[in-house]
Structure formats: C-alpha cells, structure tokens
Ligand binder design. Structure first.
Ligand code: B12
Ligand code: SF4
Length: 522
C-alpha cells in the first residue's frame, strides 16, 4: 500500500525544520509499504491539490499530524482527502485531547476515519495492518495487555535513515545569502536543522503546557549509543554534501536528568559525533558548570530557555516557580562565556502583566549577552490545567479558538490589561527586539568574536524575525535585507577583507582542547 504522511503548514511562516513524527512513523511502518511524506511548510498545497495528489499517487491511507494551531487546516485537508474515498487517520497532541471533535462525535462534522491517541510508536504498525484489511478502528490507544495506558520505551529506537531521506525541501539558506556564506568558509552549500529526540517526558507540569499530560511524567531515554549513531549518520551526510547539518534535540528538557545528559554529551565527544546543536533546557538546570562545559564541547550552540516572564508572581501563577528571574543573567553569561547563546522565550498576557511589560522585559534583555528573544501570548491549549482554570473562571473568550486560528491572538481575557493591550505588547516586543538597530547592536556586542559567530547571530536574528513578521516571499526577504544593509555590508567586508587582530581561544576551547571540534565551525 502507498501511505502518505502529511503535516499541514502553520499558516504564518516557513518552519525551520521538518517534523520528527513523520520520519519516525515512516521508520516504524511494517515492510512492504511505500511511505511518502509531505510537510506543508516546505511543499504548500491546498485542499484540491492534495486530493489530486492522493488520486495521482494511488495512495491507500493518509496519516495527518498537527498541533492545535494547525488543526483547522488539518481538518480541511482531511475532509478533501476523505472525499476521494481514501481513509484518513489523525494523530498528535491536538486530536489526542480532542478525539471526539476529529471523529465528529461532539455534534460537529467528522474529519478522520481513525484517531491515534498519544504516542503512536506501537499503535502505528497495527493501524497500517488494519487499513490494509479495510478494518480501521475509530480509536487506537497505547495500552498494555491489561488495557492500562502504556508509554513506549525508547529502547530500542528505530534507525531513521537520514543518509537516504530526500531533504532538499528543508535547505534553509535563501539563495540571496549564498555569496556571503561562501566567504565564511567551506561547507555552506546547504544548511538543515534535523530533529532528533534523546528522551521524552517532563515532570514539571507547567500550567500552560501539553507535555506533562501527553508524554506523562515518567521520563524515558534512548540509549547513548543509539543517539550517537544517529548523529554520526547526520554528520557523514553533511560532510558528503559539503553542507551544514545541525541538530535540534527536541526533548522538552534536554537536561532533565543532568547525570544522564552529561554521560550522553561525553559519549558524543568520545565518538567524535559532534554536530552543531540546539536544545531546550530550563534555566534552573544550567547552574551546573560541568554541564555547560560539556554542552559547548559537544557542539551545543543555542539553548532554548522558556523564561516566560521576568515577574516571579506570574511564574508562580503558571506553576513555573522553579524559574528564578534573578539568575537569568548569570545563566546566559555562563553560556556566552562558552560561545553558546540562548533563545529566550517570553509569554505576555499573564495574570500579573500590566501595560509596559514588553519594554520592562526588553530593558532586562538588553543587559544580557546577545540572543534570540521570542514573544508569545498565554494560550489555553486543550486539556491543559490552564484551560480548565480559565474555563471554570468563565474567562475564555474563544473556547474553541483552534477552529478559527488567528496567529498571536488571545483566547481569554488577561486580568490586569485588555486583550488588545496584550496584543500590542507582543507586537512591541518583536518590533523592538528585531529592529535594524537591535540587530546591529547584537552583532556589535560580539565584536571580540570571529566573524563566523557574528554572521551566525545576524542570520539567526533575520530568520527569527520571520516568526512574527511573515517572510515567506522574496520581496519580504529583500525588504529585510535592505533594512539591515549596513550591518550586512559591514560583515561582508569583514568576511572578505578580514579584520585586524584575531580573538584568542575561549576558556572552554582550552579546557577541551583534546576534544575534536564539530566538522565546520559557524
Ligand atoms: C519541536 C517542537 C516544535 C518546533 C516545530 C515543530 C517541528 N518542526 O518539529 C518549533 C520549535 C518550531 C515549535 C514551535 C511551536 N510549538 Co512546539 N513543540 C515541539 C516539541 C518540543 C517536539 C515535537 C516532537 O517532534 N516531538 C516528538 C514526536 C515523536 O512526538 P509527536 O510529534 O507528539 O508525535 C508522536 C505522537 O504525537 C504521534 N503522532 C503525531 N502525529 C501523528 C500523526 C499520525 C497520523 C499518527 C498515527 C500519530 C501521530 O506519534 C508520534 C510518535 O509517538 C513539542 C513537545 C513534544 N515533546 O512533543 C512541542 C509542541 C508540539 N509545541 C507546542 C506549541 C504550543 C508550539 C508553539 C505554538 C509555541 C508558541 N507559542 O509559539 C509553536 C508553533 C509552531 C508553529 N509555527 O507552527 C505544543 C503543542 C500543543 C498543542 N496542543 O498543540 C507542544 C506539545 C509543546 C507544549 N509546550 O505543549 N515546536
Ligand atoms: S518545563 Fe517545559 S516541557 Fe516541562 S512542563 Fe514546563 S513548559 Fe512543559
């Protein structure tokens, strides 16, 4: 049977990396089937086009996965496919919580023939077998033989054949920057970020987060060997294609078990499996100097930190009191000393936020090492404790906000400002943090660093801008380049003609001088 796995586009901007679930389910598909993948972010298709594709390719089963914010698009696509007579199975965090909605059991229209609840590693082969026999059930739940909810172990973990998968749709480099990058160094033909998981689960239970409910609070890890082998495969492919192959460890909290993370990072270094990587780690776990040394030595470049707020009262409200705003600066300095920088994520519209929260936050951000601040609005995702609290308090203004997804728009009333004021705060945050002046400031603050680091922060800033300000088309990119031309020309000049004086080696490079460096340094 030919199976299509489809992930809808997010409707705002191009995703910077493919979705792991598609490659994972492809690897877990029983032999004898052909699995095709379409990521709507890389290959946009409307309902008519996808229906035509399904007919032309003689597809027998379609699997669709989506987060809450893409679910309306996912349902429209599913409806178009089902109209061709091909069955659709849906999975992922949204339909796990809202299975009745997908199956039309809540009084609304039906969008899916079957729904896979939770982690589908073990149920997917069953779904495929049932589809072949034409006996799809409505609901597939991961349960053990006694019927109890069971979470798949990540040992063993399937080999995802990254050396063979067609990745051309995921090259992140716009052609316009190729001349500049060629000057930066060898190996800049392509730049891809590949999702890799080393573990699942987070016990922290922040009020707005789906993860603790979805993956459970029992943390599961892959073996170090399995992760290292995956990195070696990716590294070999990057080298073969003379391109950059970076990794996003998509674990919700990559250092949730610090001892195990250190052991993994040491094994990566020992196996010379370093690639440049990004991971999500909560600030409280970054107090450990040895961990941060190992992050840098194993190729860690960017750490995503869910700071959420600089106000302890807000953090306590959302059950994230383990975040201590007083230590944010020290954490970021500790990383920056090792040339590791942070993606700092903030949420506005929290219950203790008042107008001016964006400027108050930015005033702190400006005193930190340069990074990539991002701003969002508190969003009640289905089945989270936050959703239940706001529903009980009668504060939801759009209880089914996902049915009409509007980017950066609140679905409940904040306590100390209006919805419009909260929207204005997010807009201000993005506009200020990514203004040409702020971009130039971030690049200049790395004046003592090699040009590669400075180009790195420039490109990252320009790309991240696109999370809020749509930058899909060529014109939008040209406009951004035009606005930042001074900084771009300055760096281009530096890359071509060089600069006086070379910065010395950082403390970490000296400490780990015997550790092999990542293949190509950014
Ligand atoms: C990586 C990631 C991203 C990436 C993008 C996605 C990508 N390209 O991978 C980035 C960093 C861009 C991102 C951004 C956002 N993310 Co995000 N992200 C994740 C993260 C950390 C990992 C996803 C992953 O690969 N997991 C591992 C795979 C194996 O798990 P999985 O995707 O759930 O798939 C399994 C099952 O769900 C199931 N399954 C999934 N799909 C399908 C389909 C079929 C047919 C079947 C049978 C089964 C199935 O089988 C898989 C194997 O068991 C998750 C949290 C998490 N741990 O999952 C959050 C998560 C998915 N993100 C979330 C959110 C809210 C966001 C943002 C909206 C945040 C924000 N406020 O801006 C943005 C929006 C992104 C966008 N622009 O569209 C929420 C979604 C909650 C929800 N109800 O939708 C999650 C769960 C985190 C959370 N805090 O709650 N995210
Ligand atoms: S630490 Fe992150 S993954 Fe864990 S519950 Fe909180 S927001 Fe979710």
């Amino acid at each position: 049977m030919r199976i299509l796995l489809y992930n809808p586009d997010n409707g705002v901007t191009r995703n910077f990396m493919p979705h792991l679930w598609m490659f994972l389910l492809q690897a877990l598909t029983p032999p004898g089937h052909e699995v095709l993948l379409i990521d709507g972010n890389a290959q946009p298709m409307d309902e008519a086009q996808i229906a035509q594709y399904v007919r032309d390719q003689n597809i027998g089963l379609v699997g669709i996965g989506a987060m809450t914010r893409m679910i309306a698009k996912a349902y429209r696509i599913a409806d178009a496919i089902r109209a061709t007579g091909v069955p659709v199975v849906m999975g992922g965090p949204h339909v796990t919580e809202m299975a009745d909605e997908a199956l039309g059991r809540d009084g609304g229209p039906r969008h899916a023939d079957a729904v896979a609840l939770g982690e589908a590693d073990q149920t997917w082969p069953r779904i495929v077998d049932d589809a072949v026999r034409g006996e799809l059930k409505e609901v597939y739940a991961p349960v053990d033989v006694t019927g109890k909810d069971s979470k798949p172990s990540l040992k063993p973990y399937p080999v995802i054949p990254w050396d063979k998968i067609d990745l051309h749709q995921f090259n992140l480099l716009p052609k316009i920057v190729h001349p500049l990058l060629k000057k930066v160094g060898e190996g800049w033909g392509t730049f891809r970020i590949i999702p890799v998981e080393s573990g699942r689960g987070c016990p922290y239970g922040c009020e707005f987060c789906t993860v603790t409910g979805f993956f459970g609070d029992s943390i599961r890890f892959r073996s170090n060997e399995s992760v290292v082998n995956e990195l070696l495969l990716l590294k070999a492919r990057g080298r073969k294609e003379k391109g950059q192959m970076a990794v996003f460890f998509i674990d919700d909290n990559f250092a949730i078990n610090v001892k195990r993370t250190k052991s993994l990072l040491k094994d990566i270094i020992a196996a010379k499996a370093q690639v440049h990587w990004v991971a999500q780690i909560s600030a409280n776990l970054l107090r450990d100097e040895e961990l941060v040394d190992l992050i840098a030595a194993s190729g860690g470049k960017w750490i995503f930190i869910g700071m959420e707020s600089i106000d302890p009262a807000n953090l306590k409200d959302v059950n994230k009191g383990f975040n201590k705003p007083g230590e944010y600066a020290a954490v970021l300095e500790r990383l920056a000393q090792r040339n590791v920088y942070a993606i700092t994520s903030f949420i506005f519209g929290m219950d203790n936020d008042t107008t001016g929260v964006a400027e108050r936050t930015l005033a702190q951000v400006r005193t930190w090492p340069p990074g990539l601040p991002i701003f969002g609005l508190l969003t009640p995702l289905p089945a989270t404790p936050l959703y239940k609290r706001l529903e009980t308090a009668g504060r939801l203004t759009r209880p089914k906000h996902w049915q009409e997804f509007i980017p950066f728009t609140m679905a409940h009333t904040p306590l100390k400002m209006t919805i419009e004021e909260a929207h204005a705060e997010v807009k201000y945050g993005w506009a200020e943090a990514y203004s040409p002046k702020s971009v130039a400031h971030a690049v200049d603050s790395l004046d003592d660093q090699p040009v590669g680091y400075r180009v790195n922060i420039l490109l990252a800033r320009l790309c991240f801008r696109g999370i809020y300000f749509p930058m899909m088309g060529r014109f939008a990119w040209l406009k951004v380049v035009g606005e930042n031309r001074r900084t771009i020309f300055k760096l281009a000049k530096e890359a071509i003609f060089g600069r006086k004086g070379r910065p010395g080696k950082s403390k970490v490079e000296l400490a780990y001088k015997d550790a092999p460096a990542p293949e190509v340094s950014a």
